[in-house]
Design a binder for this molecule. Structure first.
Ligand code: ATP
Ligand code: MG
Length: 377
């Protein structure tokens, strides 16, 4: 991960160049100027040689030429963020330059405040680890029936995975009509998944990074919509787009899914692993039979769909063996019934590893997480 932001400046005006240099130097070690050039051609050579994160580039009166140049840089060096500097205030030019791929449009003469804000934004983006070497793993936690423990399991598997592996992890609340991940984690994020889907046309990694909240455990959280009508309007194709992008940004994407819907179906289809949560009771076993048939029909077998029995009572009427027999399917893991622990952590708004580290439920959730990680390696 880079330690500081590296910059190349292309500017034909010496006063402007000196000012920008001075502003950047005042920011200390976090930003360093790798070189400056008075012409685009020289600047392009510098970009090639230095591979900076940011190119601050003067846009002259020929907007078409400027756009060509932005595209030329980005086609060769797509990771570069371009800050266009221009005297042109017209919204048409701004829009065209931004569409060409510029990250920022700064009016000339460039002000220290504008430049500092823009660089801080880049800093935040780079603080997030870049794409892992391989595409991320999507793990959906899902139950045919409400109240089985999906949110509890999704949250704790997500925080445990991050703690165990140190890898980037995002928890996505796809329970779009009744999600409560933020309550479980005591968070008040500024943005939710509906801010993402409402801006679907401009969705990219930078945008997504800006709206994802960080939880103190270290995981990222894409929160549930705050208003009912926002959740209703989110489509499965929007979900598909968001998940594809997250897959390129995080190593583990844990989904708290709503009961079966078109949107859940998309998440399931895209998942590397589905944890199918249920409680050992007759109605829920019956329901599970129908769902296992559905998974079979869509070609998802035992390698991708794993059963998790929650709130398991050793002395209960229905045993694991009976259930496996009735379903003709192995149970991947059974989590003990520990209502007090689960409720206490829920009321405190903390993961179980934090609220009740010595509990049997915490030990079991850790075991489950280990098996999840192993299944994905
Ligand atoms: N292993 C467990 N032992 C005891 N209680 C549990 C356990 N897991 C979850 N619970 C409790 O069960 C209730 C439902 O859990 P949770 O909200 O996680 O389920 P859900 O499937 O997400 O429900 P919903 O359909 O409302 O989204 C909560 O009160 C939670 O504390
Ligand atoms: Mg839930």
């Amino acid at each position: 991960m880079p330690q500081n932001i590296t910059v190349v400046i292309i500017d034909s005006d010496l006063t402007s160049l000196n000012n920008i240099t001075r502003f950047i130097e005042s920011l200390g070690d976090s930003v360093s100027i790798e070189g400056t050039a008075p012409t685009f051609e020289k600047g392009y050579e510098l970009v090639h040689k230095k591979r900076p994160m940011v190119v601050i580039m003067e846009i002259g009166s020929d907007v078409n030429l400027a756009i060509e140049r932005i595209e030329q840089i980005l086609s060769r060096f797509p990771q570069v963020s371009i800050f266009a500097t221009s005297e042109d205030k017209s919204s048409e030019t701004i829009l065209r330059v931004m569409r060409a791929g510029a990250t920022e449009y700064l009016l000339r003469p460039v002000s220290q405040t504008d430049l500092t804000f823009a660089l801080q934004k880049i800093g935040r983006l780079w603080l997030v680890k870049p794409v892992e070497e391989e595409a991320g793993r999507i793990i959906t936690v899902f139950s045919p029936k409400g109240g089985a423990g999906v949110t509890t399991i999704a949250i704790n598997v997500a925080t445990n995975i991050h703690q165990m592996t140190g890898k980037s992890t995002v928890l996505v609340d796809l329970d779009l009509n009744a999600g409560d991940v933020t309550t479980f984690l005591n968070m008040k994020p500024a943005y939710t998944i509906s801010d993402v889907t409402m801006n679907i046309s401009r969705l990219d990694r930078n945008f997504l990074q800006g709206v994802i909240a960080k939880h103190e455990s270290g995981i990222s959280v894409l929160a549930e919509p705050q208003k009912l009508e926002e959740g209703v309007s989110i489509s499965s194709s929007e979900i598909k787009k968001v998940l594809s992008l997250l897959k390129s940004m995080y190593k583990y994407i844990i989904i708290d899914a709503e009961t079966i819907s078109e949107r859940t179906a998309i998440a399931i289809e895209m998942s590397d692993l589905i944890l199918l949560v249920f409680i050992l009771s007759l109605p829920s076993i019956k329901n599970m039979q129908r769902h296992l048939k559905y998974f079979d029909r869509i070609g998802l077998g035992k390698d991708r769909v794993k059963l998790v029995a929650n709130r398991y009572l050793k002395k209960g009427d229905i045993t694991i063996q009976d259930t496996e027999k009735a379903l003709n399917y192995p149970i991947f893991f059974a989590l003990p019934n520990e209502y007090d622990t689960a409720m206490m952590c829920l009321n405190k708004g903390v993961p179980i590893s934090e609220g009740a580290p010595r509990s049997q439920l915490n030990q079991s959730l850790k075991e489950l997480t280990k098996m999840v990680v192993q299944s994905q390696s």
